[in-house]
Design a protein. Structure first.
Length: 397
């Protein structure tokens, strides 16, 4: 099983928007062969070899990007991967109950995350650690839920970044409702909802597409197609490329090279501008690959081969941008060495913070069940208090 490098051609989005309402028309196409031999249409600005590809429609969205900003994107991806690796290690050592790694998906998350304005609102699933980084959420706050010491760890309104959503696909409905509210308030901000290829088969996602289209909601649906819904390949879920599903709901869909941080930045900026200007929703399918396990409870060697994984590792999003930075003389060895030092410091900070987390209040589970209290909850609290006290009594014997 092989994956060929993406050749520069013309990108195309699916139909679904009326002529004259979606800005400039696409005049170029980019295609790439995936591991199964088909040729998905996608937008690409950086090849796996780190070469810049021109694109008539999307170049303008990254035309003014500076060398410093490019280094910033690289730093974001490196530090996000380091944090993710530390979290995986902590889980393996019994410090976390579970962890969902983003390994291989850094470009999709950092590119789209950096396209957002401060007043935009994000509805993540449970793997958007890179987007959380872009929104200023402390990495250690992400780990409290996976350690079982809190129900989220941050104030959603503090960073316009909602709490992680474990129920598959439900956040797309939340995002759509929030976006409809934005329209009624007369604000010009936008909403983005993240989900995976597996979630695209959920009814909640279809309902979100329907409502967002009918009400012209300012929402961007960002699907990270890492090609495996746990052990289920995408072709077992859809007979058409995922981005083409938008056509049936009446809004545009775009497939972007999910391992190209510049392309994700450009396409997401474009989609957010559409949303803010009243042109309604957009579906972005970031065609990427999950290099690791679905979660730390999963063994990917049971359903996919090393050849596929190795082929996609050659398209590593971080290595791709590093090659571009080096070839364009935008970064030197001093920058990379300094970043490595910063990366290791982040890993140590995360490890120390997790191990220092206090145990949760055992009785917090009984709070906020009913607004005015409830006799049954009071009874259960008393029973649990007696159970807890039995351990103290036993130790005192």
């Amino acid at each position: 099983m092989t994956v060929e490098s993406t050749a520069a051609r013309t990108p195309r989005r699916s139909a679904g928007s009326k002529a004259g309402t979606t800005g400039t028309k696409r005049t170029t196409r980019t295609t790439a062969k995936n591991a199964k031999g088909s040729e998905p249409e996608l937008v690409q600005l950086l090849t796996p070899e780190g070469k810049r590809v021109k694109n008539a429609e999307f170049d303008s969205y990254v035309a003014g990007i500076t060398a410093e900003e490019l280094r910033g994107l690289y730093r974001d991806m490196v530090l996000t991967r380091r944090f993710d690796a530390e979290a995986t290690s902590l889980q393996r050592q019994g410090e976390l109950g579970l962890w969902a790694s983003l390994l291989g998906q850094e470009a999709a998350q950092i590119g789209s995350g950096r396209a957002l304005r401060d007043d935009d609102y994000v509805f993540p699933t449970y793997r958007e650690h890179g987007v959380a980084w872009c929104r200023g959420v402390d990495p250690t706050n992400l780990l409290g839920m996976f350690r079982g010491v809190n129900n989220g760890g941050w104030d959603p309104n503090g960073n316009n970044f909602h709490l992680y959503t474990i129920v598959i696909g439900s956040q797309t409905l939340h995002a759509t409702g929030y976006a409809m509210g934005i329209t009624k308030d007369g604000a010009d901000s936008a909403v983005i909802a993240y989900f995976g290829d597996g979630a695209s088969s959920q009814g909640d996602v279809a309902e979100a597409f329907t409502f967002s289209a009918v009400y012209n909601a300012p929402v961007v649906f960002f699907c990270q197609n890492n090609q495996w819904a746990i052990s289920e390949p995408t072709e077992k879920q859809s007979r058409v490329p995922l981005y083409q599903r938008a056509q049936g709901f009446g809004f545009p869909g775009v497939r972007v090279d999910g391992n190209d941080v510049l392309a994700n930045l450009a396409v997401t900026k474009w989609a957010l501008e559409r949303a803010r200007s009243g042109e309604g929703p957009t579906l972005i399918e970031a065609f990427t690959y999950r290099m690791g396990a679905h979660t730390t409870s999963d063994d990917p060697t049971r359903y996919r081969g090393d050849e596929e994984r190795l082929a996609w590792e050659a398209k590593d999003p971080i290595l791709r941008l590093r090659r571009y930075l080096e070839s364009a003389n935008h970064a030197d060895e001093g920058f990379f060495a300094e970043l490595e030092t910063e990366s290791e410091a982040l890993g140590r900070r995360v490890r120390e913070a997790v191990r220092a987390m206090p145990d949760p209040d055992h009785f917090a589970i009984f709070e906020n069940v009913y607004a005015d209290g409830h006799a049954l909850v009071d009874e259960e609290r008393a029973q649990f208090a007696a159970y807890q006290a039995s351990f103290t009594d036993a130790e005192g014997v």
